[in-house]
Design a protein around this ligand. Structure first.
Ligand code: FES
Length: 276
């Protein structure tokens, strides 16, 4: 596998953020109940539940093991099948391929995130086609078209899980890197844009179903299956690939998003290289 590195002059290099230091084995995930709520550290919550089970019930070793197994399972909420969900633009209007091609492109720095199929399963929406008016992709005009699963006029609009397949760091710690960010030293410059996780350095190829390029992750990011209607509205219909990290399957672990899911914009955290 190629190494991932970036010159100190990388325009997106920032100081190391202590908030990105995720201990091995700890997956921080947002889980909201039906009444709403705040961020939940699932690891800590499960440990507290186990302590409560052992202390309050005072059960024997066999029972404690059974309790531990019970409480280590994800919440018994979820969906029985993938829903067809209409994606909404930042302003709440239906998201169309026309708008995406006009407003977002392969050089867009902001992250556009939507949850699907559960409320705690964020995904990147990416348009890999070059900016309007610059022509098709070429060596001097980075971009891609007709990529696997791509929709829109150029087959360039794709969506991938925004939760890293290594230990579950979510966006913006895992982020899309547009052309020119760090391309000169990565894989001989052959991969000018990609998704990279700043937590421990995993990198994914957005032109090839988010296949894994650098470890420690060994699995691709799940890809959202997108479809369009005759109005060019974009829908999410299912996920391809492995389960979303931290879920036994991508349909279990929280409530569904409903019939629509709206994009939100986030600022990426681009570290370029993972400090040792
Ligand atoms: S969580 Fe470790 S590389 Fe992303």
């Amino acid at each position: 596998m190629p190494s991932f590195d970036c010159p100190p002059a990388c325009p997106f290099t920032v100081g190391r953020d202590a908030a990105l230091d995720f201990p091995v084995g700890q997956v921080r995930r947002v889980a909201l109940g039906p009444e709403g709520g705040g961020d939940v550290d699932e690891t800590k919550r499960n440990v507290l539940k186990l302590a409560a089970v052992a202390g309050l019930l005072g059960i024997g070793a066999g029972g404690a093991v059974a309790g531990a197994i019970q409480y280590l399972q994800p919440p018994a909420i979820g969906l029985s099948a993938y829903p067809k969900v209409l994606l909404l633009d930042l302003d709440g209007s239906p998201l169309t391929t026309t708008n995406v091609l006009k407003e977002y492109n392969v050089t867009t720095n902001s992250l556009y995130i939507f949850n699907y199929p559960l409320r705690n399963e964020p995904n990147f929406l990416l348009n890999l086609y070059p900016p309007p008016g610059t022509g098709p992709p070429s060596p001097t005009n980075p971009g891609a078209m007709n990529v696997p699963g791509g929709v829109g006029e150029y087959g360039s609009i794709v969506a991938f899980s925004a939760i890293c397949q290594h230990l579950g760091c979510p966006a913006p710690a895992i982020a899309y890197y547009p052309p020119g960010t760090c391309s000169q030293t990565f894989n001989g410059g052959k991969l000018p844009f990609y998704i990279h996780c700043s937590c421990h350095g995993s990198t994914y190829d957005v032109t090839n179903s988010a296949s894994n390029l650098t470890g420690p992750a060994v699995l691709p990011l799940p890809q959202v299956v997108l479809v369009t209607d005759d109005q060019n509205n974009i829908y999410a219909t299912s996920l391809n690939g492995p389960p979303v990290n931290g879920h036994l399957n991508s349909l279990q672990g929280d409530y569904g998003v409903g019939s629509t899911s709206q994009l939100v914009s986030e600022n990426p955290v681009h570290l370029c290289s993972f400090p040792t």
